[in-house]
Write a protein that binds this ligand. Structure first.
Ligand code: SF4
Length: 347
């Protein structure tokens, strides 16, 4: 591994000097069971589904089928079954082993919503100096207010190229040993472009205290739990409340002088062998991206209904876990198209 100056980095080689945290439930704390909530009338999806923010991956899933995303909230038990599929867990373990090549992952007990949000903040705080030192970081949290909606995500990797460019890479693991088709690539491209938009605005100091407190509905005066405080201590950070930690993060971001992302890349890797299938560079143009984002968010803010797949992409319904429930499929009378696609001619 090399840093921007081309010198070898001891920290990178050891990989266990740096700490990154994941949430663990405090022993004896039952946590919140996943509840099924029926959609309410007259409220937008952010309110109906009790969303304070959206994950970048949720917005990207809209490129595949918006109705599928909506059903993910309305019929959550199907989503749970999807999360347990072997390819999902195989992908997660490849990501984890890559992360552990550069940083040690530790479980930190959490007691409150503020504790839970403190974990990505601490991870971000621990990665800023690593990036300033020219090191590679993995699983870097990004967050911010874009087009009126608070978005959060986790960047797979940021590192400097030999030319000194800051390169953002998203790793996609695949069950099959081939590159994905255009329908899947559309969502992947959107994901890395949104990550760049969020990262660049973070290092420009655009994130405001009020954005976090009001959009995420968190209490700045809330004392951080014992586990979070212990982890902060290991990172040499002196904080006692969630507000202290947020202020420290905003201060670090304002003075970090990190560059914007120069290059976006997608890396595809085969789950079975772990071998690379290929990489693709992704172009970036902010005005077009913001226009796309406004379109996708207009569903969440209640300005339009969710869309099913386009007629040319009805093949997506064949493997959709919601096809038995899907109003688009029933209303459009497309059941025949789905089960017998060869009978249909698309002009
Ligand atoms: Fe979307 Fe087709 Fe699934 Fe309906 S059946 S949610 S249109 S993919």
């Amino acid at each position: 591994e090399s840093d921007v100056t081309g010198k070898h980095s001891d920290t990178m080689k050891r990989g266990d000097d740096r700490l990154t945290a994941v949430c663990a439930m405090e022993p004896g704390h039952a946590g919140s069971p996943r509840k099924r909530r029926r959609p309410g009338l007259g409220r937008n999806p952010m309110e109906r589904f009790w969303r304070t923010h959206l994950a970048v991956t949720q917005v990207c899933s809209q490129t595949w089928c918006e109705l599928q995303v909506a059903y993910g909230f309305e019929i959550p038990h199907v989503l749970t079954e999807l999360e347990e599929r072997p390819e999902v867990t195989a992908g997660a373990s490849i990501h984890l082993s890559r992360e552990m090549e550069v940083q040690k992952v530790v479980a930190v007990p959490v007691l409150s919503r503020e504790d839970r949000q403190a974990i990505p903040f601490l991870n971000l705080l621990s990665m800023i100096p690593a990036l300033q030192a020219g090191l590679r970081v993995r699983e870097l949290p990004v967050l911010g207010l874009l087009e009126g909606v608070f978005l959060m995500g986790v960047v797979d990797e940021l590192c400097y190229s030999e030319k000194g460019e800051l390169v953002l890479t998203e790793l996609k693991t695949r069950r099959v040993n081939t590159l994905p088709g255009p329908a899947q690539v559309k969502g992947h491209n959107l994901q890395v472009r949104l990550y760049k938009l969020l990262f660049d605005s973070l290092v420009r100091g655009d994130l405001k205290r009020d954005h976090v407190i009001s959009h995420l509905r968190l209490r700045p005066e809330q004392a951080l739990g014992r586990g979070v405080l212990e982890h902060a201590g290991k990172l040499s950070l002196q904080v006692s409340t969630f507000g202290d930690l947020l202020d420290l993060l905003l201060l670090n971001l304002s003075y970090c002088e990190l560059p914007a992302v120069d290059r976006l890349s997608l890396e595809y890797c085969h789950q079975g062998s772990g071998a690379s299938i290929g990489t693709r560079d992704v172009p970036f143009a902010e005005p077009q991206l913001r226009e796309e984002l406004r379109y996708y968010l207009s569903y969440w803010t209640g300005h339009r209904e969710p869309r099913g797949v386009d007629i040319e992409e009805v093949w997506k319904c064949n493997t959709c876990p919601y096809k038995e429930h899907c109003e688009w499929k029933l209303e459009e009378g497309s059941a025949d198209m789905v089960t017998t696609p060869t009978k249909r001619t698309i002009t």
